[in-house]
Design a protein around this ligand. Structure first.
Ligand SMILES: [Zn+2]
Length: 149
């Protein structure tokens, strides 16, 4: 289980090695993503709270990167944070996600990206529920759901 100190270590000292890499040009991403998906994942955008299709879904399944289909989270680690964005306490596995310090908007935050394709997903905060204490706050538009049944 990842804890906040592990996240800080990744953000400062380097991320775990992903299983594979997917790299495309901006033009290639534009061809496969909707304009809103492109804005959020490739331009570090944020969707409006409570607007995302995956926010209130609690069916069993996996959440994959909308850009490259890599599994990122699953429904067993999803929780209702009340923020209006899908929220998770852990990644599906440690090397699925990469972390970068984000100092935009005058705040120090930790940005969460897909470790396979560098797509922007959201941010992670140290105010989530026990035992990890982590809250991954993720844009719905950055993910697609793969239901298990
Ligand atoms: Zn990806």
């Amino acid at each position: 289980m990842l804890l906040w100190k592990d996240i800080m270590h990744y953000a400062v000292s380097g991320n775990p090695v992903p299983d594979r890499r997917v790299e495309k040009t901006e033009a290639e991403w534009k061809e496969v993503l909707t304009p809103e998906q492109f804005r959020i994942t490739r331009k570090k955008g944020t969707e409006r709270p409570h607007s995302g299709a995956l926010c209130s879904i609690h069916e069993a399944g996996e959440y994959a990167c909308v850009c490259c289909n890599s599994p990122l989270f699953d429904s067993t680690i999803k929780f209702e944070s009340g923020t209006g964005w899908p929220s998770f306490t852990q990644p599906i596995k440690a090397n699925a996600i990469k972390y970068e310090k984000d100092v935009s908007f005058g705040m120090v935050r930790v940005e969460v990206l897909c470790n396979t394709c560098d797509g922007h997903l959201g941010h992670v905060f140290p105010d989530g529920p026990a035992p990890s204490g982590l809250r991954y706050c993720i844009n719905s538009e950055s993910m697609k759901m793969i239901t298990s049944d």
